[in-house]
Design a protein around this ligand. Structure first.
Ligand code: PA5
Length: 447
């Protein structure tokens, strides 16, 4: 049996006593009960809790559709924003080659759109797509979000002109609400194949639904192994009331105790660029779930050792209002040994024969010690390796920890009322019908 990811709190121990973490984790079993019994805030959004088992019967269809897209195209554009694209991108980036465009071997390329409104980005994308045989997966739970809706309008028009309406319809998959929203109507009118996002699963908790799994399967990764990892994590988190062996309860409790010690910024640290988008996904999950009612920990992220040469200075010596959560990966699946050089002109022969990952590990240990000396508590998440199984574990681990943490903070971790504020202003400024009054007021303010 594979070992599980685990939490190591010794480098946070100087700042939060271990007994206090265990005590809060034990008290937080009631939050786990509230999740399991559906008695807490936001209890109409708990579908993700049992997803690892529930999704099993959809995997065959997801794989079938993925196979179809791979057979009719060489590129798939995933259109979505926030929870409708970050999970897929996090997993695909973590598990794919670092330089996909330069690979000589034949592979299916995944590109993204609808997560910005940048004219450069869309124009450049269209330029690339001119020479590609591409498909589209358009994802929007509400079916009305402006960014993906705009990108889809533009790309649908491009694809239809390129391959004709009927072929385009065969290459467009829509993932949206089962009955509501403009995307559902569009899909029905045009005869697109569709997947539904269950009502009780919010965007940022949807990576283990077709929202995440279809693009991941199209990229060629093993979605069954991801789900298997999530199921293994469900056993030791959701189904485990022993606080001292439940990594999600320990993590949620530790970060809240650190918050009480005056550190309101949590930096997720990875020592591989492959995890960059996992951090982006994590930031959305925690930022949208906890940042409300004047509460919450601000989620930030860095990629080390890259950012040790930029933000490292601040983390070491700047204002002491932050802590780190480090994803420590034990094994690298690729091997690269440092060569020896006869005249040692760069004075690196002391490293000759060592693997690059060994040097990276020592950089990691050195950083933890230095940051501890700089009064930065460090929570460590030990991950045996970056593969489908452990990415599945990390996803479920972070999701359940986030829900428990939200309950510890006494907020509803499943809504995001603040996201509407910019949208209302944008619609008003763009003269969207229905926003005329608001538009007048805003224009007054801008005079
Ligand atoms: O987590 C969330 O609910 C949000 O980030 C949404 O995923 C995001 O706003 C996109 O919404 P939709 O899928 O409705 O287009």
């Amino acid at each position: 049996m594979k070992e599980n990811i685990s939490i190591d709190l010794k480098n946070a121990g100087n700042f939060i006593p271990h007994e206090e973490v265990i005590a809060l984790a034990q008290q937080s079993v009631r939050h786990l009960d509230a999740l399991n019994n559906g008695t807490g805030a936001g209890n109409d959004f708990l579908g993700w809790l049992s997803l690892p088992d529930q999704i099993l019967n959809q995997l065959e269809r997801i794989e079938h559709v993925a196979k179809h897209l791979r057979s009719v195209s060489d590129t798939t554009v995933v259109i979505g924003i926030g929870g409708s694209y970050l999970g897929a991108k996090a997993v695909i980036d973590a598990l794919s080659h670092s330089f996909p465009p330069y690979l000589k071997t034949k592979h299916h390329q995944i590109l993204y759109a609808g997560h910005n409104i940048c004219e450069y980005y869309m124009s450049d994308l269209i330029e690339i797509l001119e020479g590609r045989n591409y498909s589209i997966i358009v994802i929007s739970k509400s079916g009305t979000t402006t960014e993906p809706a705009l990108a889809f309008r533009i790309l649908k028009d491009h694809l239809e002109r390129k391959v004709g309406k009927a072929t385009a319809a065969d290459r467009i998959i829509a993932i949206t609400d089962s009955s509501k929203g403009a995307l559902r109507s569009l899909a029905e009118t045009n005869g697109y194949d569709t997947f539904s996002i269950p009502d009780n699963i919010g965007g940022r908790y949807s990576v283990l639904t077709p929202v995440g799994l279809l693009p991941i399967a199209v990229s060629g990764l093993d979605i069954r192994m991801i789900v298997k990892g999530a199921i293994a994590m469900e056993e030791v988190t959701r189904k485990n009331k022993n606080a001292s062996t439940n990594p999600s309860l320990l993590y949620a409790s530790a970060r809240n105790l650190i918050l009480h010690s005056g550190r309101a910024i949590e930096i997720l640290v990875g020592f591989t660029p492959r995890l960059h988008y996992l951090s982006e996904w994590w930031k959305q999950l925690y930022g949208e779930s906890e940042g409300k009612e004047g509460k919450g920990i601000f989620p930030a992220s860095v990629d080390f050792t890259t950012d040790l040469h930029s933000l490292g200075q601040y983390i070491q010596e700047g204002q002491r209002f932050l802590f780190e959560t480090m994803i420590s990966v034990k094994n690298s699946r690729k091997k690269l040994t440092i060569p020896s050089e006869k005249d040692d002109s760069d004075q690196l022969n002391y490293l000759a024969g060592k693997r690059l990952s060994e040097v990276n590990h020592q950089a990691e240990t050195g950083t933890i010690l230095a940051h501890n000396d700089g009064k930065v508590p460090v929570i460590i998440i030990n991950v045996p390796e970056v593969d489908e199984f452990y990415i599945g574990q990390l996803i479920y681990f972070f999701e359940i920890a986030c829900a428990v943490s939200g309950y510890i903070l006494d907020v509803n971790p499943f809504d995001q009322p603040g996201v509407e504020a910019y949208k209302k202003n944008m619609f008003a400024l763009l003269n969207k019908p229905g926003f005329e009054e608001a538009g007048k007021k805003l224009k007054e303010r801008l005079k």
